[in-house]
Design a protein around this ligand. Structure first.
Ligand code: UT7
Length: 327
């Protein structure tokens, strides 16, 4: 039982839809600009009475149901988020409490949009190396709480949602391996400048809107394509696979032009890349588990398929998981 396989997936999308036409009334933008530059048509917004942990709980319940397991079978919880309910306790601990699970490790990881990929790799090593049996990996993001709805360069991109996967020890191949990497020297091009110990909240930070996410979009655009291709290529090389062996790529949904750019640079048909950005926009770490869940439920991933997840994000971080679908 030295391997880790995904036995269930689940997701939660808040019901409130913010369309491009709604945004036209808030900032100087147009549906035409947003669709042609990003591929996004609408995104979901978390209601005020919910936070990341609440969305994560719903996604976790759906994943457990899909896997056919009860909460007491979970041996650890990892939550990827850059929009935690609070600095501490971790969102994973809040989710643990809401699910009523006791005496297991639960912790958050901060790898921005690559968070679920990092989380899946940590889960794989906990299971294959440390003897844990069943893990719950969640990515839950309330990006609307970090969004400046007066900044048209950002507010059209982001949305809220949560996705989860149950990973279990198995003899089957499952999560074959991952490539994960970071380059902290690019930290400033995608960040929330205030609110932490470097710039704690003050009248000044609030007045200067420094608690909202800032981004150098054009710089990121190029790095995104390069790093996502690098991650896929390194994984394929390590496992002696060809790009033709990949059944489906589940990429981070930051921009349709980035996804198509990766497909083009890889010399792969764009149809091999799962896309749902038009419905949800960029939900940071939650994009990949939500897309995995959708693709699986639509029957686009079958037992034995090779699935590659790939993302890049704040940090900068980037990475990919190579998964032999065993569900
Ligand atoms: O999850 C990871 C983090 N996010 C990303 O990786 C995002 C990566 N970057 C991108 O997706 C793209 O760079 C953006 C979608 C953010 C921007 O697209 P772009 O094609 O790079 O546009 P740009 O920033 O070069 O701006 C082009 C023009 C500018 O006007 P001028 O200077 O040419 O007159 C912007 O002011 O578009 C303008 N613009 C807008 N116009 C209408 C920027 N945002 C908007 C907007 N509506 N929402």
């Amino acid at each position: 039982m030295g391997n880790a396989v995904i036995i269930g997936t689940g997701s939660f999308l808040p019901s409130f839809v913010l369309t491009n036409h709604d945004l036209e009334m808030m900032v100087d933008t147009s549906d035409e600009w947003i669709v042609t530059r990003t591929g996004i048509k609408e995104r979901r917004i978390c209601p005020r009475n919910m936070a990341s942990s609440d969305m994560g709980v719903e996604a976790a319940k759906a994943a457990c149901k899909d896997a056919g397991i009860s909460f007491d079978k979970i041996d650890f919880i990892i939550c990827a988020t850059v929009s935690p309910d609070k600095f501490f306790p971790s969102t994973a601990c809040l989710i643990q409490a809401k699910l009523g699970i006791k005496d297991i490790p639960a912790f958050d990881i901060s790898a921005a949009c690559s968070g679920f990929i990092f989380g899946l790799e940590i889960a794989r090593s906990l299971i294959s190396r440390d003897g844990y049996k069943t893990g719950l990996i969640i990515a839950s993001e309330c990006m609307s709480r970090l969004t400046d709805y007066t900044d048209r360069s950002i507010c059209v991109l982001l949305g809220d949602g949560a996705g989860a996967a149950i990973v279990r020890a198995s003899d089957a191949e499952g999560i074959m391996g991952s490539y994960i990497s970071s380059d902290g020297s690019y930290g400033d091009i995608l960040n929330a400048p205030a609110g932490g110990s470097a710039r704690p909240a003050s009248f000044d930070t609030v007045e200067k809107r420094m608690h909202f996410m800032k981004m150098e979009g054009a710089v990121l655009f190029k790095i995104a394509i390069q790093t996502m291709c690098e991650a896929i290529n390194k994984l394929l090389k390590r496992f002696n696979l060809k790009k033709e062996d990949i059944s489906l790529v589940v990429p981070h949904q930051a921009n349709l032009r980035i996804i198509n750019g990766v497909a083009k640079s890889m010399g792969m048909p764009p149809e091999k890349f799962y896309v749902n950005i038009e419905k949800y926009g960029n939900m940071s770490a939650a994009c990949i588990p939500i897309a995995l869940d959708e693709a699986s439920k639509k029957g686009l991933i079958k037992r034995g398929d090779i699935v590659v997840t790939v993302a890049f994000g704040g940090g900068l971080t980037w990475g990919a998981n190579l998964i032999k679908w065993a569900k």
